[in-house]
Design a protein around this ligand. Structure first.
Ligand SMILES: Cc1cc2nc3c(=O)[nH]c(=O)nc-3n(C[C@H](O)[C@H](O)[C@H](O)COP(=O)(O)OP(=O)(O)OC[C@H]3O[C@@H](n4cnc5c(N)ncnc54)[C@H](O)[C@@H]3O)c2cc1C
Ligand SMILES: NC(=O)c1ccc[n+]([C@@H]2O[C@H](COP(=O)([O-])OP(=O)(O)OC[C@H]3O[C@@H](n4cnc5c(N)ncnc54)[C@H](O)[C@@H]3O)[C@@H](O)[C@H]2O)c1
Length: 455
């Protein structure tokens, strides 16, 4: 059967955060835009990722904070009620996993939404079922990721959870094993533990939150263990069996039993079946290479998690904005990844921007380091229960500027803002040292760390 053909200006394939942003801005600029989506308009973040997970974390943190009152303000009777969380995600956050509000916003901007699987069919051409779109200006790929499947014996036949299922849970499990101590595993492990679930984290690497500074991993591990989470690192999972409950068989001969199992062991990019070979790109690649304008080929742009430049919502939207500027013929600014920041919303939060110490040394930079322990700061001492935290700043001593920083603490993600600004704008360390740091804030601990840097 021959496909119906339409000429348009731009086709956006995948309407996750970056694609949604780009489609809306291009349509508002007057272009004829088609947005193709096979799942929910809005993508992973609002329905299965950032927003539901942060609602769970917010609730869990209120419980932890209430428990802290015992030594600071008085007795509080804490009785967790998961129904409040499940209901908030279901009704307030996801509208029962209905994307109408996202789709209506795009339609109001003039985007034509086409439901289905988009596939490239040569430069500037996208096929969706029986429809064929020829894009005069180009195609923007924003296909995102899915949970990676683990090649562990026995796992495939079991009803394990990924992030897609765990955000829909209506009843708390008594116990949960979490495979993977990355951001998803760590955030959800702690939140479920705070609701009363017995949690075991199984991490193959020698520490959880591996890409972070080792000091950050160590501190979060210490807090997790204090809260009763069983953190096992360096584990090999040989096999998983399921017989009502789960049993993970580990390489050292031990087993871990749990009522439920969350697999949070990474993501795979949704590039299979996208027709990359029709535009001269490798269909087996893990990511799509882009230049500073997010161009990936002839009349082709790629944005978001598929570019491998940082799997975060803000990166996807940042790249969406870059692609929009290029498609509209503007003169930049183009993509720059020196100061990509991210926050892992454990408690303490782990904020991070730019390079770690190791990355800076590997890049041949003459490194200067400054650190501070939050409990030793005035605000940390006042805060007391729940004051775990640290600052680590990484400077290029030759140039006298920060190239990275890690801010762990009760408001680690907020404190990060100042460091991210300094790395982004290359503010001289000497200038930062002359700042006023309000007393007694958590960010004031930065002054201690800055003073130590030889720069
Ligand atoms: C549990 C969890 C928590 C997270 N928390 C945070 C956080 O706190 N902060 C943060 O910054 N990031 C967080 N992330 C990461 C964040 O969700 C992603 O970085 C972000 O969603 C990526 O956006 P994207 O636009 O690249 O892709 P996605 O959001 O994955 O969207 C891609 C879309 O493309 C569609 N699609 C794919 N292929 C096709 C095709 N061929 N045709 C049509 N449609 C297609 C998919 O259906 C999907 O809707 C979290 C992720 C998870 C899983
Ligand atoms: N707050 C945030 O910004 C946030 C929150 C959640 C997720 N995310 C993003 O979403 C992406 C996916 O998160 P993720 O945590 O699933 O992935 P990840 O790749 O960051 O972490 C996966 C973890 O699983 C471990 N692992 C892999 N195979 C294993 C095995 N066989 N046994 C035990 N452990 C194993 C890895 O060593 C790693 O520590 C990340 O890249 C992350 O940046 C961001």
């Amino acid at each position: 059967m021959s496909a119906r053909e339409s000429q348009v200006d731009v086709v956006v394939v995948g309407l996750g955060p970056g694609g949604e942003y780009a489609a809306q801005k291009l349509a508002e600029a007057g272009l004829d835009v088609v947005g193709v989506e096979r799942g929910l308009v809005g993508g992973e973040c609002p329905f299965y990722g950032c927003i539901p997970s942060k609602i769970i974390i917010r609730a869990a943190n209120t419980l932890a904070e209430a428990r802290r009152a015992e030594t600071l303000g008085g007795q509080v009777d804490v009785r967790p009620d998961w129904r409040l969380v499940a209901d908030r995600i279901d009704r307030q956050a996801t509208n029962h996993w209905d994307d109408a509000s996202h789709a209506e916003r795009l339609a109001a901007a003039g985007v034509r939404i086409v439901r289905g699987d988009g596939r490239l069919d040569g430069p500037g051409v996208v096929v969706v079922g029986e429809e064929r779109f020829v894009a005069r200006r180009g195609v923007v790929l924003n296909a995102g990721t899915s949970p990676a499947t683990l090649p562990v014996d026995g796992l495939a036949g079991t009803p394990y959870w990924t992030n897609r299922e765990i955000v829909k849970v209506s009843d708390l499990p008594a116990s949960l094993a979490v495979i993977g101590g990355g951001p998803i595993g760590a955030e959800l492990a702690q939140a479920f533990a705070r609701f009363g679930t017995r949690v075991t984290v199984l991490e193959v690497a020698d520490r959880i939150l591996g890409p972070e500074e080792p000091e950050a991993s160590a501190l979060v591990t210490e807090v997790f263990e204090r809260e009763g989470i069983d953190v096992r690192t360096g584990v090999q999972i040989e096999r998983v069996s399921h017989d009502g409950g789960f049993r993970a068989h580990l390489g050292d001969g031990s087993t871990v039993e749990s009522e439920q199992l969350l697999v949070a062991a990474g993501r795979r990019t949704n590039l299979a079946g996208l027709g990359l070979e029709t535009v001269g790109l490798d269909p087996e690649a893990r990511a799509v290479d882009t230049d500073e304008r997010m161009r990936a080929g002839e009349r082709l742009w790629a944005i978001g998690d598929i570019t491998g430049k940082g799997p975060f919502t803000h990166v996807s939207m940042y790249q969406g904005a870059v692609a929009v500027r290029d498609l509209l013929g503007e003169d930049g600014p183009w993509a720059d990844y020196r100061a990509v920041s991210h926050v892992t919303f454990t408690d303490p939060e782990v904020g991070s921007v730019g390079m770690t110490e190791r990355a800076a040394r590997d890049a041949g930079i003459e490194v200067g380091i400054g650190t501070a322990d939050l409990p030793e700061s005035s605000r940390g001492w006042i805060h007391q229960a729940g004051n775990d935290g640290l600052i680590k700043l990484v400077a290029d001593s030759e140039r006298g500027v920060l190239v990275g920083g890690t801010t762990v603490g009760p408001s680690g993600g907020e404190v990060l803002g100042l460091v991210a600004g300094a790395v982004h704008a290359q503010v001289p360390v000497a200038t930062l040292r002359t700042m006023h740091f309000a007393y007694p804030t958590f960010h004031r601990a930065l002054e201690v760390a800055l003073d130590q840097i030889e720069a």
